[in-house]
Design a protein around this ligand. Sequence first.
Ligand SMILES: *Cc1c(COP(=O)(O)O)cnc(C)c1O
Length: 355
Amino acid sequence: MPAPLIAHSRPTLDAQDARVVAKVVRSGWLAQGARVEEFERRMAAFVGVRGGVAVNSGTAALKLALLALGVKRGDEVILPSYVCAAPWLAVHQIGAVPKLVDIEPGSYTIDPIRAKKALTKRTRAIIVPHLFGLPADLTRLQALHVPLIEDCAQTLGATEQGRPVGSVGVAAVCSFYATKLLCTGEGGMLLSRKAVVLERGRVLREYDEEPLLVPGAFNRKMTDLQAALGLSQVRRLRQFIRRRRAIAEMYRKALASAGVGLPVIPKGRTHCFYRYVIRLQDGRHSGLEKVMARLDRRGVQCHRPVFRPLHRYLNLKGFPESEEAHRTALSLPIYPSMTDRMVRRVVTVLREELA
Ligand SMILES: *Cc1c(COP(=O)(O)O)cnc(C)c1O
């Protein structure tokens, strides 16, 4: 009999999660209401900002952030190539121009030097994804004096120079998609320390019962069903992160001599290990696809941590760090409900298949 599959990612759900959602069903109030407001307050408190605007996805939150900052058609927005398609789509869909830059060597996060070189008179914002649980170099990005939108879809509870991610930029966005650090199925949030950004975000989130017809407004609302689940999850978020860090520590010890590159944590930053991403050796290991297929046959599901860098979709050249990450980065299973035994199994299979 084959060993049971160890999934790449799983939401962490318990009986209390089920109870709070059932309670909303019984209450008869399903749409955006008191639970959504409470979830916004809890997330804002977790990140350390003034408030939040809950929406139906992380992508919607990105669009809302851009619109709330007044980014318009023809404006330029800088973002890294090595990220999922959501930030590019958000910029493109509001009529602004996405300007791709490469990542730092090692950290997978946007390179501040390359971001600086991409600045023009029309640059209105930089989208800063904190990838895989590691904050980007916010200090050097802040020195560029362009509004920063922190993409915290993969990173919460981690710090850069002691500052929690999401609290540094003029706006931040979260995703509560099923595989993220905390989940509501689908969902997202705009967070900000600035009242004006939050107010603009709220006006654009819905279309009805507003004093004016706002052209950018749309239905991006979250439901109380989702928010109740989010509230139940955020109460356990610190605990989730502790478990993720403990699993990462097990991987670090067990893989130190395995001939693979381990996650690098630059000085002044902390990691929440949304993903545990190792680097295969370009020459010695026989291609990512083949390694993934072999691991999969042994019941260990590993993924590329970014499906395809944006410059590849767009046929652009000159992104050597993103290219190398695409060629060599492998994301191992990591989630709070993984047992120590499952972690050991991943290590054993990985060592055998890479030997
Ligand atoms: C998941 C994710 C998004 C998009 O969030 P959705 O809720 O799926 O729309 C945006 N940015 C990053 C870095 C993500 O990981």
